[in-house]
Every structure is written in structure tokens, then in C-alpha cells.
Write a protein that binds this ligand. Structure first.
Ligand code: HAM
Length: 418
């Protein structure tokens, strides 16, 4: 009998790998623009690291970790997430001594003993980023904007951003108590898990998927009404920064995360396209974690996305690398101009396609449709006579006549007006 792989551990076959590389390359490129550097950390860490950071009473630590005793009698765990290891490394190597503002990203396999289903595996992959040392909400907005920029670069219109604030050690205990008081008379309606977690982690009932918990918590007090002045101001300012750059979001006061280290801002990028596994990426602020792990008292914020879920989403939204521009040209002088412009734009880091065979405008436009380019540039004889071409934003359906100039066109394509 042939030996098969382990349940929940997947092979990524050659025909799939291209998508993975595209996602990883896009992350490297986009995160690089924001000044993030890659860090590579081990898969195996001391079990204690995860118990202390993620929290003893979380599902991950209680039920899902691949932990074992190695030959030297040490308790070790295959990392269930990346933040704890990155922060351990940040402290151990005193990266804060060079600059307390570290911007780090990582990618690789994580392990959780969960019940496998579509979008949920026992070995899965995350691409994550962490920013340390900044309390100002500008950091929250920057990290969120980078994450949304990444999804936009993949040409995905899903997922959408939901944000919340979980308060801080000053205001959260009071909210916890308020919620416990509210839940006390409703304990019988809660699912077994949430009833068991009532003392240790009552907030989890708010985002539990079971019908009983949903009904019992429908009128629960909102965490946002219990924020202290500092947390409330932080949340408002984060939103102001997001609005400043047109990053769309929704507030979801019922979002609680499955890891204990969060303070203030938390967020998820959610989609309706993947069934029960709706979170494609998630994260938040962790202003006490670095100190709790034995480092200096520095704040942090970060996120991780599930790469398998991004791959599924790309399949849902018909993955194809979308070129930035398709250039269509009418007549020989326009074709020459189009070719010159294409090469110049490619050197400016803009991806360009055109019809090398110079067919009719109709067939060129069919090819443009096939490529699903974000823009098309049409160079006709009349426009060329004026030194112009027509640039059409295919997603917005708007077009304008603009002067032919690679710099000018690259600018418009990379930073389309909203
Ligand atoms: P998390 O919400 O546990 O957060 O995981 C982040 C993402 O990893 C999820 O939104 C999901 O896309 C993916 N994911 C989690 N478990 C699985 C699984 N079993 N199968 C497939 N995909 C999965 C964290 O891990 C935090 N470290 C995020 C963070 C970084 N917070 C601050 N910095």
C-alpha cells in the first residue's frame, strides 16, 4: 500500500506554485515600499513562548498546538503563528537597540491541530508583518493601508476591512465584567465552549458562530462604549488616518480575536466567498506583549494573512496576472509609437501588453478584454496627430485624452485618481 500524506497537510503542486510565487512576490514588493524587511525565524520554539504570548486559555494553546518533548527533554511546539517568534527574536537580538521602530515581515508554514475543511488546514502558510515602537495611530493606519494595498495589487476586490478596538488593561477589565454580568442570566443559551470560557475568556461569545450564542449576545454591551479616553481617541484617530488615504473600512464591535495579546485596534479582512473561513487576514495592536516576553516596554502592531485563503480567493475571482495597461494602436505610425511607449513603461515598472500582430481595433480590444488589463491606452491617428492618446480606466469605466509620455502615464496608472 502506498503511503499517503498526513490529513490537513497539503502538497502544493507545480500548477499551483505559480499563484503562490505571485502572492509572495507581490507581498515582498508592496511591503518593501513601506520599508519592511524580511525576517526568517525557526519553526520550532519553546512551548512556553506561545503559552505566554497567545494565552493559556485560548483555543490555540489549549487544543491546537503541535507540542512534544524532544530528545533533550525540552517541551517544544511547532509554531502556530508568527508574531510570538518574531517578537522573541526582536528581543533576543536587541533589534530595538538599532531602532525601536522595526518593520519586519515573514512568510512560511504554521501548524494548528484544527478540524480540516476548505480554507482550514493543519499545516497552513502565513505572510505576516509586524511594526514595533510606535504608539501613534499613524502606525495602525500604515499597516492597514499596506495590507489593503497588497490585496489591491493582486487585483482582488474582496476581502473587505473590518476594524474594532479591544481597549487596554485600563478599560478592558470593566468591559469584561459588564459583559459577564450581561451573560450570567443567559449562560444556558451559550454553546458548551463559550459556557466553559465564561470565566477565562467571556469575550469569545461575541464572535461565536453557534446560533445560541448569536441570539444570547445580540443585545450585549459594545466594547466601544467602554473604551477609556485614551483608547477612544486612538480609535478615532486611526479612522481619520484611514479616511485620509481613502482606505475603506467597517466597524465591527463584535470582533474579538482568538489570541490574548491584543490591545486597542484589532482588524480582520473578511470575505463571503470562502464559506465558514471568512477571515483572509487578521491582526491588531499588542502594546504589552514585548514587555511581557521580557523585552523593553514598546508597543507593536501587525497582521498575518492565510496564504491558502488568498489562493482560494484568487481562484474565486478568476486569477490572472492583470497587466497595468494594454496599448491598442491604429495605423503603422501609432503602432511604432505604441511599441516605443510599451518598452519605456516596462522599464518604469509598469506591466504592459499589446497586440504584436497589429490586428483590427476590434480584435485588439478583444485581447485587451482577455488580459483584463486595469487600463487601456488607445493611440489613434487623430490623437497621435495631437501628440495624445486615450487612457481608459477599465474598472471605473472612465476615459480621458492625455499627452503621450511614459512618466505621465506611469503616474496615472500607478496612482489612479479616486
Ligand atoms: P490569526 O487570526 O490566528 O492571527 O491568523 C491569521 C490568519 O491566518 C487568519 O485570518 C487565516 O487567514 C489564517 N489561518 C489561521 N488558521 C488557519 C488554518 N488552520 N488554516 C488556514 N489558514 C489559517 C495570527 O496568527 C496573528 N499572529 C496575526 C497577527 C500578527 N497579529 C499581530 N501580528
Amino acid at each position: 500500500m502506498a503511503i499517503t500524506g498526513i490529513k490537513g497537510f497539503n502538497d502544493i503542486l507545480p500548477n499551483e506554485v505559480e499563484k503562490w510565487q505571485h502572492i509572495e512576490n507581490t507581498a515582498r514588493r508592496v511591503f518593501g515600499l513601506y520599508g519592511f524587511s524580511e525576517i526568517r525565524i525557526p519553526i520550532l520554539e519553546k512551548t512556553e513562548l506561545f503559552a505566554r504570548s497567545i494565552g493559556d486559555a485560548t483555543d490555540i494553546v489549549e487544543k491546537e498546538m503541535y507540542s512534544f518533548t524532544d530528545k533533550g527533554d525540552n517541551r517544544v511546539t511547532m509554531r502556530p503563528e508568527g508574531t510570538a517568534g518574531v517578537i522573541r527574536s526582536f528581543i533576543e537580538h536587541k533589534l530595538h537597540a538599532q531602532d525601536q521602530v522595526a518593520k519586519l515581515y515573514y512568510m512560511g508554514p504554521m501548524f494548528r491541530y484544527e478540524r480540516p475543511q476548505k480554507g482550514r488546514y493543519r499545516q497552513f502558510h502565513q505572510i505576516g508583518a509586524e511594526l514595533t515602537g510606535v504608539t501613534d495611530p499613524m502606525a495602525d493606519a500604515q499597516v492597514l493601508t499596506m495590507l489593503c494595498h497588497f490585496f489591491a495589487e493582486l487585483g482582488l476586490t474582496e476581502p473587505s476591512l473590518q476594524i474594532n478596538s479591544l481597549g487596554c488593561p485600563e478599560c478592558r477589565p470593566a468591559y469584561r465584567q459588564k459583559l459577564k454580568d450581561f451573560l450570567r442570566s443567559r449562560l444556558d443559551s451559550l454553546c458548551d465552549d463559550c459556557r466553559r470560557r465564561y470565566e477565562t475568556n467571556p469575550l469569545r461569545a461575541l464572535d461565536c458562530k453557534s446560533t445560541g450564542c448569536k441570539e444570547a449576545t445580540a443585545d450585549a454591551p459594545s466594547v466601544l462604549d467602554s473604551l477609556c479616553a485614551g483608547c477612544a481617541e486612538h480609535f478615532v484617530k486611526t479612522q481619520q488616518y484611514l479616511k485620509e488615504t481613502g482606505t475603506a473600512y467597517e466597524i465591527n464591535p463584535r470582533m474579538v480575536r482568538g489570541l490574548d495579546y491584543y490591545t486597542r485596534t484589532t482588524f480582520e479582512l473578511v470575505t463571503g466567498l470562502l464559506g465558514a473561513q471568512s477571515a483572509v487576514a487578521a491582526g491588531g495592536r499588542y502594546d504589552s506583549l514585548i514587555e511581557e516576553l521580557g523585552g523593553p516596554a514598546l508597543p507593536g502592531i501587525g497582521f498575518a494573512m492565510g496564504v491558502e485563503r488568498v489562493v482560494l480567493l484568487l481562484a474565486e475571482q478568476e486569477f490572472r496576472k492583470r497587466p497595468d495597461i494594454f496599448i491598442a494602436a491604429l495605423g503603422e505610425p501609432a503602432r511604432k509609437e505604441a511599441y516605443r511607449l510599451m518598452c519605456e513603461l516596462q522599464r518604469l515598472d509598469v506591466s504592459v501588453e499589446m497586440d504584436y500582430e497589429g490586428k483590427s481595433l476590434k480584435s485588439q480590444m478583444r485581447r485587451a478584454d482577455k488580459f483584463r488589463s486595469r487600463f487601456t491606452l488607445i493611440i489613434g491617428e487623430d490623437e497621435l496627430g495631437r501628440g495624445n492618446a486615450v487612457l481608459k480606466n477599465m474598472d471605473e469605466g472612465v476615459q480621458e485624452e492625455i499627452p503621450i509620455g511614459a512618466q505621465e502615464i506611469a503616474g496615472r496608472v500607478k496612482y489612479p485618481a479616486r
